[in-house]
Design a protein around this ligand. Structure first.
Ligand SMILES: O=P(O)(O)OC[C@H]1O[C@](O)(CO)[C@@H](O)[C@@H]1O
Length: 232
């Protein structure tokens, strides 16, 4: 994996933006997008750019199960506010948090098959989850409903009024689908990601460390700040 260490997340967002631009220039037409705090600086660069994304397709990694699209903490709302209001895509796909489980899983897998992902943007959880694929999830999983771990609920409660309000399940693209992307760009910032980053890059490949499977992909760039690199 190609590892780039930046001073901070602002510099990382600029570097990530350069890589997104390069991929688009080289004919990437389907972007896999992530939510959470990690991609915010990248999306800021994308919003401020002159690039027109209206011929591109976007496919998001995940959505909380049970949240309507217009809920303030839904990933639909996050994407509207952080990117799509300023930069609409030709078509954008995000799992429907209120969708019937079986139908939604089928629909999403079909979408990923129909629009193979050229560049997948990823963050990483403190427990090394990617998408919402928690430790123990099979590397062969496609889209599914994932039960969120205490660590993830705890990390995400900052966005909700209280821990009880954090959804306990989410629709997530599976690891198999993530690995099918031609290129992967993972970002991580802050000391609390340092152990996950170390295990992803240097640890054994194990379903207990979902991001460790990225060691088997042939085109992964990891952009981390100095704090997230502090255990390397
Ligand atoms: O970027 P954060 O907020 O630290 O979250 C880590 C990862 O966990 C998720 O929230 C779950 O998918 C991702 O969106 C994110 O990349």
């Amino acid at each position: 994996m190609n590892v780039i260490i930046t001073k901070d997340k602002v510099e990382a967002g600029k570097k990530a933006f350069e890589l997104v631009e390069k991929a688009i220039h080289n004919d990437a037409s389907v972007l896999g997008l992530a939510t959470g705090s990690t991609p915010e600086t990248l999306y800021k660069e994308m919003r401020a750019s002159n690039t027109d994304y209206s011929n591109l397709i976007s496919i998001n990694l995940d959505e909380y199960k049970g949240l309507p699209a217009d809920h303030p903490q839904s990933y639909h709302t996050f994407m509207q506010e952080n990117l799509f209001n300023a930069k609409p895509f030709k078509k954008s796909f995000i799992p429907d948090g209120l969708g019937d489980e079986e139908d939604e899983v089928k629909r999403y897998n079909k979408t990923i098959e129909e629009y193979p992902i050229d560049l997948q943007i990823l963050g990483i959880g403190t427990n090394a989850h990617i998408g919402f694929n928690e430790p123990g999830t099979s590397f062969l999983q496609e889209t599914h409903v994932e039960k969120l771990t205490e660590a993830t609920i705890n990390a995400n409660k900052r966005y909700f009024k209280s821990e009880e309000d954090v959804p306990k399940y989410a629709f997530s693209m599976g690891i198999k689908s993530i690995l099918s992307a031609k290129k992967i760009l993972l970002m991580a910032f802050g000391e609390n990601k340092a152990e996950a980053v170390y295990n992803m890059l240097n640890g054994p490949i194990t379903e207990q460390v979902p991001a460790s499977i990225l060691q088997t992909h042939n085109d992964v760039t990891v952009i981390i700040d100095e704090a997230a690199a502090s255990k390397l």
